[in-house]
Design a protein around this ligand. Sequence first.
Ligand code: PLP
Length: 392
Amino acid sequence: MDIQLSERLQKLPPYLFAALRKKIADKRAQGVKVINLGIGDPDYPTPDPIIAEMFRALRDENDPNRHRYGCDAPVEAFAEAVQNFYFRRYGVKLNNDQVVTTFGSKDAIVKLCLGILNPGDIGIAPVPGYPTYNIGHVFSMAATCEVPLLKENKFLLDFDAIPKDALQKAKLLWLNYPNNPTTAVADLDFFKRAVEFASKHNLLIAHDSAYSENTYDGYTAPSILQVDGAAEVAVEFFSLSKAFNMTGWRLGCLVGNASAVNALRLVKNNIDNGSLRALQFAGAKALNLAEEIFPKVNAVYQRRRDMVCEALHGAGWPVEKPKGTIYIWAPVPAKYCGSSGAFAEDLLEKAGVVVTPGAGYSKWGEGYYRISLTYPDAVLTEALSRIREMGQ
Ligand SMILES: *Cc1c(COP(=O)(O)O)cnc(C)c1O
């Protein structure tokens, strides 16, 4: 018997990079040493003290609950570490009902949608952007209103560009700064406008803060919760993935508006039963050591950022250095007439290097390509020397 995919699954957009994946496989089959700079997944291992804490908690015979469901035996230490971190880092005070532990943001983004959207509702998603916001809408039988992020607005959402009819029906507005893929950053003033806008139009803002700690040149990213009254209309997804090299661990939190936090908690209680206790102890350790760990993590990306930007400059393809994220978002070289697909294919063909074409992130990403900084220096150096040769 062939099982039919659900309507939800059938409605998902095709995996963006399926065609590229096939071309990479073909190249490799021809014996080309392809270097893939497409994926944003930290190469450096999780810092030792976090791993040590995980082992300690797993083996802690004084904790009779250590093997049990996280939701029935919650780890206060993690919620407390989140609260302390938000206070130290942002001066934001979070009550106990304003924090819920997540399996990382991707999972929680979809689950929050399931907790607050009804069929026919609308969520507003800026594009180019992280595809999971739309996936959360599709799984909830809700619709997505895409609003473009434009270079002339520094890739900040233009609230006036949201169509009025969609706005009336919309329940949810996604933001993400520092932004993947555009690398744009937002200041507190932008978040103030966002909070005002959401209050006026009865929207929940969900700010995806995946890269809040991956910042450079002394820049630090604000939290939307620093805005007075933000917790009335906003939640923030914080994740340990990119900040602490912990993508595979699946740990983060949703903080802010208590009723939205509660909606996610209810979905989680009914689907996943919470995170392993040892994982939460390790996460608490990470957050408590944040000030020690971030400079080390970020020094690596800042060095690679400079390497990549300087090499692209040398190839005649200049790009501004981003203040945040683990990516370079660069305009497609002029001779490709703005076609990111044509550029990516040529780069693979002639240099054996894979970058992510911006068009994969909607037509509003066209004209750009993304390079991830999560590859060892030696790999990046090799890729950059091939790119430089091709550029000249
Ligand atoms: C990587 C990424 C995430 C996913 O993070 P997890 O916490 O590992 O699920 C969420 N949002 C954006 C924009 C990302 O780039």
